[in-house]
Design a protein around this ligand. Structure first.
Ligand code: PGA
Length: 253
């Protein structure tokens, strides 16, 4: 299975910068044919990028950062999954910044996942603990939260999602953020993968996210348990994003 390197551009870049970056990533993507590479630019840039990159390499994907929990209607500012269809193949849901600043609950995340799957867009479901704590406490908090995010979904639907383990305390926008240690990531992701297998009968894809940079990508790339990385801040620096892809391309599983 190909590993993923996904860039979450958050609310960064102007249109010209976004176009240039998207084009340069699409250009180098074929050099990493055994990786899947995706970018999640701001909403207004999705259509121009999609149009400019009509013939994208098969391992290059466009993702949205947001989707509405509702199908259609009077929801000012929301964007429906049906409206994203044909523009993106993937969409982030449950990101800690959406949960924190937009109060998106587990029930909202579950509705967003359902909406996306119903139109054939793959959800990238972000989860992770808010604070550093004992490992057993962390995994029980994560599984409790995930049970809400996945409430009402079938095993088949769950297996169709990608997941990203992003401990909030490791995300670079947090004060004193530090990337999680490789051993710690391995233990958590291993436990969560077993939990998925036991509870949903699914082998799921789990990426790691939180202060991934060119400096730690080598160590993260060496962790065979993770199926890739979700990169925030470093993903808007084209050269650095390329270096991160290089580090992940070293290990073919
Ligand atoms: P970061 O962000 O790489 O800047 O820590 C990751 C994310 O929020 O997805």
């Amino acid at each position: 299975m190909k590993r993923w390197v996904i860039g979450n551009w958050k609310m960064h870049l102007n249109l010209a910068e976004a176009m240039t970056l998207a084009q340069s990533i699409a250009k180098f993507a074929p050099d990493f044919s055994h990786l899947n590479i995706a970018i999640a630019p701001s909403l207004p840039y999705l259509v121009p990028i999609r149009e400019a990159l009509k013939f994208t390499p098969p391992n290059f994907f466009l993702a949205s950062q947001v989707v509405s929990q509702w199908e259609e209607g009077a929801y000012t500012g929301d964007v429906a999954a049906t409206q994203l269809k044909k523009i993106v193949s993937h969409c982030l849901v449950g990101h800690s910044e959406r949960r924190r600043f937009h109060h998106e609950s587990g029930a909202v995340v579950a509705a967003q996942i359902r909406a996306l799957l119903s139109v054939g867009i793959t959800p990238i479901v972000c989860f992770g603990e808010v604070e550093k704590a004992e490992r057993s406490g962390v995994t029980s908090q994560i599984t409790r939260d995930l049970s809400q995010d996945l409430h009402g979904l079938t095993n088949k639907e769950i297996a169709a999602c990608l997941f990203a383990y992003e401990p909030l305390w490791a995300i670079s926008s947090q004060k004193n953020a530090q990337p999680a240690e490789p051993d710690y990531i391995t233990q958590i992701v291993q436990t969560i993968k077993v939990w998925f297998r036991d509870n949903y009968g699914s082998e799921v894809v789990i990426l790691y996210g939180g202060s991934v940079t060119q400096d730690n990508a080598g160590a993260l790339g060496g962790l065979v348990i993770i199926d890739g990385v979700l990169v925030g801040g470093a993903s808007i620096r084209g050269k650095e994003f390329h270096t991160i892809c290089t580090q992940f391309a070293h290990i073919v599983r």
